[in-house]
Design a protein. Sequence first.
Length: 183
Amino acid sequence: MFKIKKDFDKIRELGVKLSTSNTLKESLAVISDTTRDIVGADRASVYIYNSNVNMLWSVHADGIEYIRVPMDKGIASYTFNKKKPYITNSPYNDEHFYSLIDEKSGYRTKSIASVPIFGFTGEIIGVMQLLNKKEFQFYEDDILVMKFLSNFVSGFLDLYMITDDETDSDIEAGALNLSTPTN
């Protein structure tokens, strides 16, 4: 699971960086970057459920500014709806994979690990997702690391939802809308 000293050092650094983060977006980037680095993935994303439009929308996504995903499409939505972690090391052969994200972003997804994020009340509030493990494929040990670090995300999302310092429209502005294909 953890590569002991090296990973604990990264988690300690995470705490220091979070203590100086000023915004939700900055904090989520720090947590996502740490998770991505410990697991050894190429990209990380954090999605929050937006009940107003019944979609998941990214509040952090490496390599792209924002993504919005319908609740019946993609691994992130599947993870959210099932409230369970999910791994696929062959997404193009997975019935839950939403290839439109790759098509619109120009990125090629080769593997995905996804965990639900639960708020302080126990309700699911979002999903953390890693793409393309650099060495080999995603394993259950990777899910354990993601679940551990998703608790940091949960704390910041709960705080955000209570204080609402950034409006939904601020975060949604410029989102890559994936609700309908483009021709």
